[in-house]
Structures are given as structure tokens and as C-alpha cells.
Ligand binder design. Structure first.
Ligand code: NAP
Length: 313
């Protein structure tokens, strides 16, 4: 059990990430009070029924009143509006953070809205699943996962330390990065794989010579892992694409070049080239397992990962 870190934490957005935070904050007793806010009364009522907080409101501005820590967990395209809504009610000295999957655009949207004396420290937990909404969360989502903080110039050291302690109490390991660098790294490790999955599943869906029932019946041959990614929330991923445009386009260009090179190797029967690449990539998988970021069981560890609740974004 951890000590109370904050008197009041306000959670703005109570979907997968917000509700996982609510659960871990409660379980580890990280706050005396949790204020929950969601835009729709349906989501808010669901959060209330599950018992995720101590107070509930559809008004983000109301929720942040007297809060020491405010965590914004909404699609990244909505960050600016949320920042404008809450700005007038933020307590001097409060820490405002977020969990958005892109960071440069979040800084651009939120920083200009923050009143003097409020500490904006954007963040991104590298943990998630393809599920959404308040029922999808679980307390150990962040356990053993990295959380990247992207503090802006002039960030208060004490506030940063408090936020690092918070994420560590949630079970995460914390790294610091420049927002641009974060967006570039995430474009390759998260955003590009997601787009490839959307593309493959879309292509299979469009095929006329292979029936949909055959695609589903034989999906265990690799396709299934892509469908898990491709089932992720469309709003969240639309916003990621629109808010990390440059880095994603750069990675897509690199990817297309490498794909053409692979295409050429297959066309000309260059088995050595294919073998070398496939051997190199096998090593990457080994390194991920050695780093504790997946488990080495058949089926890409999905069975175990689900029971442990350790799915990736
Ligand atoms: P989610 O389960 O779909 O929940 C989204 C929450 O944001 C809900 O409370 C929703 O409110 C609210 N919301 C949606 N659109 C909004 C808008 N335009 N204005 C204000 N509130 C809005 O999403 P999530 O998976 O928790 O993702 C939240 C954030 O975490 C995103 O920025 C995402 O990039 C980031 N993230 C996600 C993952 C992941 O794997 N899912 C991992 C790491 C980080 P209503 O339901 O009331 O409309």
C-alpha cells in the first residue's frame, strides 16, 4: 500500500485509461478524494454505478475545483477544449497532466490555456488495450509499463517529482522525453503498427476472391493479431493520426521504401536478403521479452497477457 500523495485527484475522461487510473488510485490509496468527470451522462452514470470515484459531474470545470492533480484522459484532439474549460477553476499550484498518445500537439493545445502557477506536465502511459469505456479499465494496467513524461521548459522540479512518484505508485517506470522525440518514437513503435493493422484488415475485407468467412475461419495464421489492433477505438486513432501527422508520414515513407525492397527481394528470389531480415527481426522479439515487455509463450503471449491484463497500446 502506498501513502496518500494528493488530497484530491480529478479525472477528466473516464474511459479505459481514466477508469484504470481511478481503480489504481483507489487500490493504492493515492488520494483522499477522486472527482470523476466525463462529457456524456451515460459514461458518467456507468462510472458512478461501478463506483470509480467520490464525486461525479459532466462539467470538467466543476471536477477540477480544489484538485491537486488533474489527469486529462480524452482523445488528443479534445485536449485544447478541455484545457479551456478547466483553466478558470484550477487551483494555484495544481499539477495538470494528460495521458494522450501524442505529445507535441497536446503541449500546443494545453500550454497556452494554463494559468500562471499551475504546472502542466504532459504524459503518456505506454499501456492499453483495444477496449474502451469505464468498464474496460483495470487497476494493474500500468504495472511494469513505461510512462513517458514530456515536461516543458521551466517545469517546476517539485511538481515533476510528485508526478513521477504518482506514476511509480501506479506501478509504472517513468522516462522523460522531449515532446517531438516522443512523437517520433511512438510513430514507429505504436502508430505505424496500428496503421498497418488497419490497412491489412481493410484489404482483407475488400478482397473479392477470398470470402469473409474464409478470412475469419483461417485467421489464426497471423491475421488475428492484426484484428486485435484494428479493433481499437476509431476516435482515438483518428486523433492520433491528425495530431502526429509529420512523424507518421515520415515513418510511413520509410516503411513503404522497405516494403518495396522486400517486394524486390521476393520477385528476384533473393532468399539471403529475406533470411537476413527475418533473422534480424527475430532478435528484436527476443530483446522485447528480455526487457519484460511481453511474455514468451505461444500465440504471442495473448492468452497470458489477457489474464494478467497486460495488453499493449
Ligand atoms: P476511451 O476509453 O474511449 O475514453 C475516452 C474518454 O474521453 C471518455 O470519458 C469520453 O467521454 C471522453 N471523450 C471522448 N471524446 C471527448 C471530447 N471530444 N471531449 C471531451 N471528452 C471526450 O479512451 P481511452 O482509451 O481511455 O483513451 C484516452 C486517452 O488515452 C487518449 O488520448 C489516448 O490517446 C490515450 N491512450 C490510450 C491508450 C489505449 O490503449 N487505449 C493507451 C495510452 C494512452 P464520453 O464517453 O462521456 O463521451
Amino acid at each position: 500500500m502506498s501513502d496518500i500523495l494528493f488530497d484530491k485527484i480529478a479525472l477528466i475522461g473516464i474511459g479505459l485509461i481514466g477508469s484504470s487510473l481511478a481503480r489504481v488510485i483507489r487500490e493504492k490509496k493515492l488520494a483522499k478524494t477522486i472527482a470523476v468527470s466525463s462529457r456524456s451522462s451515460e459514461t458518467l452514470e456507468r462510472a458512478h454505478t461501478i463506483g470509480l470515484g467520490d464525486s461525479y459531474t459532466t462539467s470538467a470545470a466543476e471536477a477540477v475545483r480544489d484538485a491537486d492533480l488533474v489527469i486529462v484522459s480524452v482523445p488528443v484532439g479534445a485536449s485544447g477544449k478541455v484545457a479551456r474549460d478547466i483553466a478558470g477553476n484550477l487551483k494555484p499550484g495544481a499539477i495538470v497532466t494528460d495521458v494522450g498518445s501524442t505529445k507535441k500537439s497536446v503541449v500546443e493545445q494545453m500550454l497556452p490555456e494554463m494559468p500562471k502557477g499551475v504546472h502542466l506536465i504532459p504524459g503518456h502511459p505506454i499501456a492499453g488495450t483495444e477496449h474502451s469505456g469505464p468498464d474496460a479499465g483495470f487497476a494493474h494496467l500500468f504495472e511494469g509499463r513505461w510512462c513517458i513524461l514530456t515536461p516543458v521548459a521551466g517545469t517546476d522540479d517539485e511538481a515533476l517529482k510528485e508526478l513521477i512518484s504518482f506514476w511509480e505508485a501506479c506501478g509504472s517506470m517513468v522516462d522523460r522525453m522531449d515532446p517531438d522525440h516522443h512523437d517520433l518514437v511512438l510513430a514507429i513503435v505504436s502508430h505505424l503498427p496500428q496503421l498497418i493493422a488497419y490497412n491489412i484488415v481493410g484489404t482483407a475485407d475488400d478482397l473479392e476472391t477470398v470470402t469473409k468467412s474464409q478470412v475469419i475461419k483461417y485467421s489464426a495464421s497471423g491475421f488475428r493479431d492484426f484484428t486485435r489492433l484494428a479493433a481499437s477505438d476509431p476516435t482515438m486513432w483518428r486523433d492520433v493520426c491528425l495530431n502526429n501527422k509529420d512523424a507518421i508520414l515520415e515513418m510511413l515513407a520509410r516503411f513503404s521504401e522497405d516494403l518495396s525492397s522486400m517486394q524486390r527481394a521476393i520477385r528476384w528470389g533473393d532468399g539471403d536478403k529475406l533470411f537476413d531480415l527475418f533473422s534480424r527481426t527475430r532478435q528484436i522479439r527476443k530483446s522485447i521479452i528480455e526487457a519484460g515487455q511481453d511474455v514468451d509463450v505461444p500465440d504471442f503471449g495473448r492468452q497470458l497477457a489477457y489474464t494478467e491484463g497486460h495488453e499493449e497500446e
